[in-house]
Design a protein around this ligand. Sequence first.
Ligand code: GAR
Length: 218
Amino acid sequence: MINLGILVSGSGTNLQAIIDTIEAKRLDAKIKIVISNNPDAFAIERAKKYHIPTFIIQDSHFPSREESDKHLVEILKSHSVDLIALAGFMRLLTPAFIRAFPLKILNIHPALLPAFPGLRVQKKAVEYGVKFSGCSVHIVDEGVDTGPIVIQAVVPVHENDTEKTLAERILKEEHRIYPQAIQFFAENRVEIKDRKVMIKDSPKVEGVLENPPVKIFK
Ligand code: GAR
């Protein structure tokens, strides 16, 4: 069993996927607190429905982001969280926060890192014309979307895709890989060497994907 603190800013579908996987007894975790920097985040309503403690933190109530993050650290520590999951948390964390939980902060990002870090990355992927995109669960370090990668899922990008259609396809995969990544931590199967994450006793993935399909070889 792993104690989670979840940080959100928006609709909270990833939070919901984590809650649903716990309820289905496929994720051995307890959500100790859900924290939002946005008082109107629907994610907060989702948490309340399951009687999960919630907290709103607004930077404007603090003299600096560092002070706001220090408060965040205190709240998370007072709830004895083992792992912090950023689930659509749209604000950068200061180094003081990241150093308070070394290798204990996960993020879900809607692209295949290190391609397309930052914001509105589904739009960037469509505009660039990549044939595949996807999502990445990674450990948060002091860079922007640069930390060690735990799991990635790949989806095709279709010729008529828009930012919205691609985002929906990616989001479905986010909802599968994020609970799985957290479960790896709950099972104590995660080893990190240099910047490589290894999952103990995980089968090797075989096969290749091409888009469009290669037809000239039989
Ligand atoms: C998700 O697509 C997540 O990957 C993305 O925000 C969305 C949140 O959706 N996160 C980022 O872009 C982080 N930089 P949700 O609130 O429904 O989980």
